[in-house]
Structures are given as structure tokens and as C-alpha cells.
Design a protein around this ligand. Structure first.
Ligand code: HEM
Length: 519
């Protein structure tokens, strides 16, 4: 039977009764983060719901989540083994493989080091502090020029489609040493399709929770297939070019550094640290995929808040004028001296909570099912909240949790918990400032949960925070953002893998002071 054996003295987590087969799907179908937050108020920080036939543990409350993911981190470091995941060959994907053993650990460390070297570590080849600063500064300045040009051509524009290319360019530069033109069709195909994809997939993949559905054909599957082919082609071409021009004395980017690892470790006996040649594409893909959609979404939400709250925008600009002035561009090292800007970014992360669960931003799939004609399909974006999985039987807050339980971590609940925040629905950056307004209150800042916690925590967190900071400060130093008279932006989040807002074509910018060739 499905009933688990619960050891004496322990109880199973409470939760709502569901329907047979569907479980609690009907209650959770729309705005899952809100539904689960409401249920947690009734059942507590550790509760169990059923999604289809699958029991899912839902964690809420910052203390409980810290206990699980940090203190008992070893118990909670797996990834769920959902239907969509089962086609991932062992260890191929850093982010989404259910594996949590040696191979995953080695790949994670490798990716972390490569990321650091080509982003925030001091760079001998760059005149900037580091390569990340160089890339972001260049892209942000391009955006300033582009937005002004768009204002001359029309009366308004949708900033999202320019942001996404600039952010993709930053991660392209880090991963592939390459920048694309904003009209490059190859890149546009990738970033725009990824976005359609998020929309199509926003409802989740039901087959992950109701196993019988996996045998039915699905329209989104054929979209997956198409997108995937293009994406894989795009990446394979880049990796191939790198192999052809590889020079071990001149490691240009992350792809080169992975090739180096792959060639150097070949002789070693430890299989965990070896990367087979074919798998380089997958590692690069993990970083590329995780690195552009999330940061773009964060920046795009920031612009929405800035035009909704012009007074807040003005305060940031006053701080920039006071601290940096107009003679030079912002640098990463300015971050510590701009507490209000920092507080705004924290409040944007908290209030939007655009990754409502600690879901990986996308899944990397290889489907070899019936309708796929054995085509190698990877890099599919779906909205299955994947969160983590228990790696062994464990106990949390007195509740028994068996091995291999799928776990959702409700970040949205933490960021809107009335026990942690005063007026959580109000957008107010000042909540993060110390009493004198001269610095950010560190303890408050650490209550915001957006990058997950513990062993599976986002490896791009430092990069993402620096990137959002430098893009915003560069844009706001030179431009004032608004929407056309009589228009209002729609801040209702569209529920999905990551929560986006409706696109808005009514953005306008004004140059804040005469353009100088500042450096
Ligand atoms: C995982 C958030 C940017 C690479 C994650 C997770 C979250 C997250 C919530 C899952 C954590 C968990 O399961 O506990 C974000 C947000 C970003 C961002 C909000 C931007 C604002 C980035 C960037 C990169 C990146 C820029 C790389 C360049 C990854 C990778 C994982 C991950 C590789 C999987 C780690 C693993 O499974 O071991 N991220 N991320 N992320 N993120 Fe990010």
C-alpha cells in the first residue's frame, strides 16, 4: 500500500485532504504560491499536499527552512526525480539531475570556480576591476544609447526586449567570450523562444505529477522539441569553435576552462572529476540558461517599480549624484556606498519574489520518449516546481519525512510573512535601512529568500546581485524612466516558473543631463 511506515513517536506532516488521482491539484493549479501560503497558515511550516498521485512536502517559515536546508542540509540536498528528469543521463545537468553525490559535487565546484574566474575575480586582461564589471558596464551604456535612440524614433518602447539581449550578452561574454549584436537573429531566436517557452510551460508539466499523462501527446512537447533543437545547435556550434581554436596558454572564457578540465583530467582515475567531452555543452548550458532569464526578470521588475514609484526613483538618483556624480560611470566598488540603491534592490527581490519557490529556473531534459523519435532533446524550460528531495529518512519539527520525498520551499511565503515583515504587501525600500539611513541593515537583508539556501543554493548569487546593481545604477545615473501620460503599468504577476509581469510598451526615458563621453 502507499501508506508509509511512520516510526513510533513520530507523526506524518499534516495537510489538506485531496481527491483521488488529482490530489490537491485543483486548489493549487492557479497562483500556487498564494494557495500554498494560505494552506501553511492552517497546517503549519511543515505540511504535506498531494499533487496528482505524488506526495509533496511544503516548507514555510524562515526558521523551519533554515533548519531543513542548512542545519539538516545533507538530508535535503537531492533533486526530485520527476518524470521530466528521468531522461537526464546521470550527472549531465548540474542543476537538475536527481544525483546529489560525487559527480554533482565535482561539477558544482567546477562550475563555481569557472564562473568566478571569468566574472568577479580580479582580471589581468581588463582595465576594469573584473570582467563582470567590464561586460555589464559596456552593455548598460549600450542600453542608455539604445533607449534614447528609441525615444527619438517613437514616443515609447518596451524595455524588456532590449534588456534580455544585454543580459544574455553578459553571460555570453563570460561563457563564450562573445558578444552579439542586438539584431542578431541567432541570439534573438534563443532568447525570445525561451520566453514563449516560459509562457507555454507556465502551467507546469502535469505528467510530472500524474504519471499516466506521460503517454499522451502534448502540444508543448513539440514546442520543446523545436526550441531544443535550435538551442542545442547554437551551443554545439560554439563549443566546436572553441575546440578548434583552443590554446592551453590562453584560456579565454568558461568554455575554454571546461575544455581544459576535460583534457587535463582525462588521465585521472577519479571518474567524478572527469568531464566527458560531450558533456561540456551541458555544463555551459546550465550556466547560460540560469544566467540570463533570472537576471533579466529582476531588472525588468526593477524598471516596473521605478516607474510606479517615481519618488523612489528620484531618491536613488539623488544618492547616485551625491556619491558618484556625473563625471564617471558607476563601478562595482561603489555598491557599498549606495545603501538606498541596495535597499531598493532588496525590496524588489522581496516584494516581487519572482521565483516563488526554490525552483531551478529551468530543467534540462533529454526526452527519448515515444513521440520524440529518439531525437536528443535537452534544455527544455518547463514549470515543474522541482525544489529539492530528501536523500534519506529524516525528522523535521517532530514530523517524520521519508527518503525521496519531493520538497517545495515556499520563498514567497517567507518574503511576505507578517511575522517577519511590517506591512509585507507595501513596497518600501526603507525597511532595509538602518535607523540613521546610512547603511543597509544586514540582518534584515538576509531575511529575503530568493536564491535558495544550503547545499543547492544558487551558485550565481554574487554575480546576479552585482549585475543587477551595476545595470541599474548605470541606467539611473543617466536616464529618468516613466510611462506615457495616462498609462499605468500592470504589476499583476503572471504565474509561472518565474513570475513575470505583463510586457509594457509605454516606457519612456529622459536624459538626466547632457551626454558627456564619461568613462
Ligand atoms: C539554482 C535563483 C541567477 C546559476 C538556483 C536556485 C534559485 C536560484 C532559487 C535553486 C536553489 C535551490 O534549489 O535551493 C536565482 C536568482 C537569480 C539567479 C533569483 C537572479 C536574480 C543565476 C545566475 C547563474 C545561476 C546568474 C549563473 C551564471 C544557478 C545554478 C543553479 C541555480 C547552476 C543550480 C545549483 C545546483 O543545483 O547545485 N538559482 N539564480 N543563477 N542557479 Fe541561480
Amino acid at each position: 500500500s502507499l501508506r508509509q511506515h511512520v516510526p513510533k513517536g513520530l507523526k506524518s506532516p499534516p495537510g489538506p485532504r485531496g481527491y483521488p488521482i488529482l490530489g490537491n491539484v485543483l486548489e493549487l493549479r492557479k497562483d500556487t504560491h498564494l494557495a500554498l501560503t494560505r494552506l501553511s497558515q492552517k497546517y503549519g511550516d511543515v505540511m504535506e499536499v498531494r499533487i496528482g498521485t505524488r506526495p509533496v512536502l511544503v516548507l514555510s517559515g524562515l526558521e523551519t527552512i533554515r533548519k531543513a536546508l542548512v542545519k539538516q542540509g545533507e538530508d535535503f540536498m537531492g533533486r526530485p526525480d520527476l518524470h521530466s528528469f528521468q531522461y537526464i543521463s546521470d550527472g549531465e545537468s548540474l542543476a537538475f539531475s536527481p544525483d546529489s553525490g560525487e559527480v554533482w559535487k565535482a561539477r558544482r565546484r567546477l562550475a563555481q570556480n569557472a564562473l568566478k574566474t571569468f566574472s568577479i575575480a580580479p582580471s589581468p586582461t581588463s582595465s576594469s576591476t573584473c570582467l563582470l564589471e567590464e561586460h555589464v558596464s559596456k552593455e548598460a551604456s549600450y542600453l542608455v544609447t539604445k533607449f534614447l535612440q528609441l525615444m527619438e524614433e517613437g514616443k515609447s518602447f518596451d524595455p524588456y526586449r532590449y534588456l534580455v539581449v544585454s543580459v544574455a550578452n553578459v553571460i555570453c561574454a563570460i561563457c563564450f567570450g562573445k558578444r552579439y549584436d542586438h539584431n542578431d537573429q541567432e541570439l534573438l531566436n534563443i532568447v525570445n523562444v525561451a520566453e514563449d517557452f516560459n509562457n507555454v510551460a507556465a502551467s507546469g508539466n502535469p505528467a510530472d505529477f500524474i504519471p499516466v499523462l506521460q503517454y499522451l501527446p502534448s502540444r508543448s512537447m513539440s514546442l520543446f522539441k523545436d526550441f531544443n533543437k535550435r538551442f542545442l545547435h547554437f551551443l554545439q556550434k560554439i563549443v566546436k569553435e572553441h575546440y578548434e581554436t583552443y590554446d592551453k596558454d590562453n584560456i579565454r572564457d568558461i568554455t575554454d576552462s571546461l575544455i581544459e578540465q576535460c583534457l587535463e583530467k582525462k588521465a585521472e582515475a577519479n571518474t567524478a572529476t572527469q568531464i566527458p567531452k560531450e558533456k561540456i555543452v551541458n555544463l555551459v548550458n546550465d550556466l547560460f540558461g540560469a544566467g540570463f532569464d533570472t537576471v533579466t526578470t529582476g531588472l525588468s521588475w526593477s524598471l516596473m517599480y521605478l516607474v510606479t514609484y517615481p519618488d523612489i526613483q528620484k531618491k536613488i538618483q539623488e544618492e547616485l549624484d551625491r556619491t558618484i556624480g556625473q563625471e564617471r560611470r558607476p563601478r562595482l566598488s561603489d555598491r557599498g556606498t549606495l545603501p538606498y540603491t541596495e535597499a531598493f534592490i532588496l525590496e524588489m527581490f522581496r516584494h516581487s519574489s519572482f521565483l516563488p519557490f526554490t525552483i531551478p529556473h529551468r530543467q534540462v531534459l533529454r526526452l527519448q520518449g515515444r513521440w520524440q523519435d529518439k531525437v536528443d532533446l535537452r534544455h527544455l524550460v518547463t514549470a515543474t516546481p522541482a525544489a529539492v528531495r530528501t536523500t534519506r529518512d529524516t525528522v523535521l519539527n517532530g514530523y517524520y519525512i521519508p527518503k525521496d520525498r519531493c520538497v517545495f520551499v515556499n520563498q514567497w511565503q517567507v518574503n511576505h510573512d507578517e511575522k517577519l515583515w511590517k506591512d509585507p504587501l507595501t513596497f518600501n525600500p526603507e525597511r532595509f535601512l538602518n535607523a540613521e539611513g546610512t547603511g543597509v541593515n544586514k540582518v534584515e537583508g538576509e531575511k529575503v529568500l530568493v536564491f535558495g539556501l544550503g547545499k543547492r543554493k544558487c551558485i550565481g548569487e554574487p554575480i546576479a546581485r552585482w549585475e543587477v546593481f551595476l545595470f541599474l545604477s548605470t541606467l539611473l545615473q543617466q536616464l529618468e524612466f516613466s510611462v506615457c501620460d495616462g498609462k499605468k503599468v500592470d504589476m499583476t504577476p503572471l504565474y509561472g516558473l518565474s513570475m513575470k509581469h505583463k510586457r509594457c510598451e509605454h516606457f519612456q526615458v529622459k536624459q538626466r543631463f547632457p551626454m558627456k563621453s564619461i568613462s
